[in-house]
Design a protein around this ligand. Structure first.
Ligand SMILES: Nc1ncnc2c1ncn2[C@@H]1O[C@H](COP(=O)(O)OP(=O)(O)OP(=O)(O)O)[C@@H](O)[C@H]1O
Length: 494
């Protein structure tokens, strides 16, 4: 379809792009990324014949690009350049009609029915049909961009070259445009080469990504391979984080502010936490946000929080929409929902236990409340038809005064669960239905909170340094709260 073979090109003595090579198949989308001035537009210019390579060649359908007439190449390749000068006195429709020019035998055959149909379709698909009679100079930047795209589409090319096509477009039209291109790549086998500054758009919509650095081909592969954190940080000279997109299998690149702009934290961060206890709740407050991962009622999943609430509810608490009800409660006590992670429990808050432990290089703080009347042996819970939601649950908060990898968050959840279960076993807590040792209760919840800066702890499993500290701190906290709970219920020391 189109082959770029060892292309070197520039505007003077010094080449701007050097030795670029790749092949593209019909229906493929290639995202071209790279910093300002890295040669993306220059490469594109070579691909549509606006700039002759100093070395190497471009082959289109087995024929050198230079061997095509301008009209014949326009039947195969349409271009949406970065800056386009259009005679703005033209109407939108007239501009789009220009896209049919390469296919016409003579100017007067222009009004052919088929051409009109193709122009209408292009106007429709780019959402500009409603103002097709407006003059170009009455349009906004984004509207003009869509008209120029319609003109490129009316050309019915096999290959579409786009230089920052999402420039000027609002997010809805950006997605719309890229969705349309993806659809045409599938249904019309359109080959798309698009220079994109938005790395996440490039990752989501490209089959492959070409990364340029100083005119050189730094990487060419699937987005997940090219968009490696260290590589992007080096090429863009920026601090980035790479995550996985929450809903599609694509990398998600986020910008990290410089450390000067991050929230300042005190030397000993755990000392900066303060606790407010009322009959209705325990609230732990921090002067800065912690990165949390939790199964809390409010603020579950990953989030950023500085207020942590454990609220006591009656054992008969029943609500169809506990999240909404809880949100109203938090508002009533004056907390900002976006800043708050909140759990609830029918266990007595007075029975709660706080444990602080220092490891070699990390401080840990754990808070636990426990009630065990709905204790469950998880290995037998499949035998239940419905779960019992009476009083009692085990809520755990684990604060680690360090930065954690996502893997470490998950491993700390496991470590904490194992430590909790061990405490239940040592206190001989039984599942009341199966009469076997309980592994937890039916409504347990856990929150892990860590810092956003500093050296990262990669692992949090049971034999890692931080895992060992957390294992012991969680075991001690759950044991203490169980001790208070059982003592109060039996009236005896445990
Ligand atoms: N017509 C020209 N004459 C001389 N130099 C040029 C010309 N066009 C571009 N350059 C230079 O070539 C280099 C690469 O420019 P190019 O536009 O290809 O980069 P780019 O990666 O598309 O940048 P951007 O992301 O800023 O659009 C730059 O240093 C630029 O100044």
């Amino acid at each position: 379809m189109i082959q770029v073979k060892n292309v070197t090109a520039g505007y003077g003595m010094k080449p701007v792009v050097e030795n670029i090579s790749f092949d593209m198949e019909a229906g493929e989308i290639l995202g071209v990324i790279g910093p300002n001035g890295s040669g993306k537009s220059t490469l594109l210019k070579c691909m549509y014949g606006a700039l002759k390579p100093d070395d190497g060649e471009i082959i289109v359908d087995n024929k050198r690009l230079g061997a095509y007439t301008q009209k014949n190449i326009a039947k195969k390749i349409a271009v949406l350049p970065q800056q386009t000068d259009v005679a703005f006195s033209y109407t939108v429709r007239q501009v789009v009609e220009l896209g049919r020019y390469p296919h016409q035998k003579g100017w007067f055959s222009f009004q052919q029915k088929q051409d009109e149909h193709i122009v209408d379709k292009a106007l429709q698909e780019t959402g500009v049909l409603s103002f097709s009679n407006h003059p170009m100079d009455s349009l906004s930047g984004g509207e003009k961009q869509r008209v120029l795209l319609a003109r490129a589409l009316a050309q019915e090319p096999d290959i579409l070259l786009l230089d920052e096509p999402t420039n000027h477009l609002d997010i809805s039209y950006q997605l719309n445009l890229l969705d349309t291109l993806k659809d045409w790549s599938k249904t019309k086998q359109l080959t798309v080469i698009a220079v994109l500054h938005d790395l996440n758009m490039a990752a989501m919509y490209s089959h492959r990504v070409l990364l340029l650095e100083d005119g050189r081909q730094k990487a060419l592969d699937k987005p997940s391979v090219v968009m490696e954190k260290n590589r992007l940080e080096h090429v863009y000279q920026a601090h980035l984080e790479r995550k996985e997109h929450p809903s599609v299998p694509s990398p998600l690149i986020t910008l990290e502010p410089s450390s000067d702009t991050l929230e300042r934290k005190r030397e000993n961060v755990l000392d900066s936490l303060s606790i407010e206890k009322t009959p209705g709740h325990v609230c732990l407050m921090s002067p800065f946000h912690w990165k949390t991962f939790s199964s809390a009622v409010v603020g579950a999943g990953f989030g950023w929080h500085r207020y942590f609430v454990n609220r006591h509810v009656d054992k008969d608490y029943a609500c169809d929409q506990p999240k909404q009800e809880y949100t109203a409660y938090l508002k009533k006590i004056g907390l900002d929902i976006d800043d708050t992670a909140a759990m609830m429990t029918a266990a007595r808050l007075d029975d709660g236990a706080f444990v602080r432990m220092a490891g070699d290089n990390h401080d840990v703080f754990v808070y636990a409340t426990a009630g065990t009347s709905n204790a469950v042996d998880v290995s037998k819970s499949y035998e239940y038809y419905s779960m019992n939601h009476t009083a009692g649950t085990i809520n755990l908060w684990i604060f680690v005064a360090h930065r954690l990898s996502e893997a470490a968050y998950a491993q700390i959840m496991m470590t904490a669960t194992e430590a909790k279960t061990k405490a239940l076993m040592d206190y001989r807590i039984y599942d009341p239905k199966t009469k076997t040792l309980a592994t937890g209760t039916s409504t347990d919840s856990v929150l892990v909170a860590a810092l956003s800066e500093g050296e990262e702890i990669e692992y949090g499993g049971t034999i890692t340094p931080v895992g060992k500290t957390i294992g012991k701190a969680v075991y001690d906290a759950v044991s203490r709260t169980l001790n208070h709970y059982l003592k109060r219920r039996s009236g005896n020391e445990i």
